[in-house]
Design a protein around this ligand. Structure first.
Ligand code: GRF
Length: 203
């Protein structure tokens, strides 16, 4: 089994997509064994409880500084012997201690076609507001490796989504989630599960 941790901050619809695909066997030997929320109110925690998945809260606000935040997250990941970390609607930043402990083993879903509309300040609805303001005809979602640059790691998968003339940021966000995020995040997770298994077989 490949033990997966999903780190969340909000509604957890991407976590739900991962859970649903795991149940269908689409994650291969990958199993979500831990959910960490950076926000105690995250509905994603309810989704984890409904599936009897171990969950924990590491509140960014309750930590003195990023070193404490990173230290607590890293301790949880190591305690649960996690092999793959998936950021799904995670709104904080993981620091060097965590990133260095999991080289090419932390992935993130971003709701645009990177390098457009990404980086500092581009999250949630703001991404879709920027896409609509610019007037792009196509947007989408990207799964990428996580490094120290926000949304800066190598791209793993992308999926394009057409913008409709009367789209609002909310309507567009929903379409990007349904047609892109909830498809490519499980797909990328399954790809990495396979890669981790193959590497462990090679010893
Ligand atoms: C959404 O804006 C999504 O596009 C982005 O994070 C936000 C919440 O996602 N990835 P989730 O419902 O918590 O997975």
């Amino acid at each position: 089994m490949v033990r997966i941790a999903v780190i969340v901050s909000g509604g957890g619809t991407n976590l739900q997509a991962l859970i649903d695909r795991q149940k269908k066997g689409d994650l291969g030997n990958g199993e979500i064994t831990l959910v960490i929320a950076s926000n105690p109110q995250a509905y994603a925690l309810e989704r984890a409880k409904n599936e009897v998945i171990t969950s924990a809260v590491v509140s960014r606000k309750a930590c003195q500084d990023s070193a404490e935040f990173d230290g607590k997250i890293l301790a949880l990941l190591q305690e649960h012997d996690i092999q793959l970390v998936v950021l799904a609607g995670f709104l904080s930043i993981l620091g060097k201690p965590v990133i260095d402990a999991y080289p090419n083993r932390i992935i993130n879903i971003h709701p645009s076609l990177i390098p457009s509309f990404c980086g500092k300040g581009f999250y949630g609805l703001k991404v879709h507001e920027a896409a609509l303001a610019y007037g792009v005809k196509v947007t989408g979602a990207t799964v990428h490796y996580v490094n120290e640059i926000p949304d800066g790691g190598n791209i793993i998968l992308q999926k394009a989504v057409e913008i409709q003339p009367d789209d609002t940021p909310e309507i567009l966000q929903r379409r990007v989630m349904e047609q892109a995020e909830w498809e490519i995040l499980p797909k990328a997770t399954a790809m990495l599960v396979k890669q981790i298994e193959d590497e462990s077989k090679q010893g």
